[in-house]
Design a protein. Structure first.
Length: 234
């Protein structure tokens, strides 16, 4: 894991976006660029920045959008990860609907996790047995959860399904999440960790995954082949 520090959230997101553009430019196989998005507050900031500064600098038409995780709510719910992306990114940039492969948060979670696992299997190329994204933008929460794998759902880090059902430990809200093996299947991980509330957690992450630091984020960052954390110094 590599950690890059910036003065502001905006600078951290700009550096992360430059790296994303580099990945896009280096993909010369003539196929669309498969990007997996996360949700939450960090993603909202990122979408606003992309519309403000990157409208003309990214080949949006060449991107196919997927998700790392989704909250099990309808797309119009204020909690929907897809809903935020739709309002803040897809509508302003007029992204065609068939370029967006959302997780159906409104459907029975188990059924949808199976359907979405099939979708990524059908659309994406494989590395070994599992699908491969050209880039995964992976969020980390203040409790060191990543995707929707929480400290009390650690078995999802080694679950053999592509996507599975999870539950938020505080609100009991159901989630559908990419599992550890798919996150770690060689897709480059861009990891924005923004906000003063996450600095203590980041210090723990730097120590790596161990019995005394058995968090989902530490596991993923310790095992990832290519992961860059973009953060701010407080
Ligand atoms: O619940 C979620 O949280 C994480 C982190 O979100 P943030 O609000 O701290 O930026 C996010 O990566 C994940 O996609 C989301 O569902």
């Amino acid at each position: 894991m590599k950690i890059e520090n910036f003065k502001t959230d905006k600078e951290a997101l700009q550096a992360m976006t430059s790296c994303l553009i580099g990945y896009m430019e280096r993909k010369t196989d003539g196929h669309p660029f498969n990007l997996a998005l996360s949700g939450g507050e960090t993603a909202k900031k990122m979408f606003a920045l992309w519309v403000e500064e990157y409208k003309e600098r990214i080949d949006w038409d060449n991107i196919r959008f997927f998700w790392v995780d989704e909250r099990c709510v309808p797309p119009t719910d204020p909690d929907s990860n897809y809903g935020h992306a739709n309002e803040l990114l897809f509508k302003p940039l007029h992204i065609p609907e068939d370029h967006v492969h959302r997780i159906h948060g409104e459907v029975e979670p188990g059924t949808e996790a199976m359907r979405y696992s099939r979708i990524v299997k059908e659309y994406l190329p494989r590395h070994g047995q599992l699908p491969y994204f050209d880039c995964i933008i992976l969020g980390i929460g203040g409790d060191a959860h990543t995707a929707s794998i929480f400290p009390d759902t650690l078995p999802l880090l080694t679950d053999s399904r592509n996507y599975a059902v999870s539950q938020h430990p505080g609100t009991s809200q159901f989630r559908i999440t990419m599992t550890g093996p798919l996150i770690l299947n060689d897709s480059p991980l861009l990891v924005p960790v923004l906000g003063a509330g996450k600095q203590e957690m980041l210090e723990e992450l730097k120590k790596g995954y161990s019995p005394t630091n058995p968090t989902p984020a530490a596991y993923i960052l310790t095992h990832a082949v290519e992961a860059v954390v973009y953060t701010t110094t407080v």
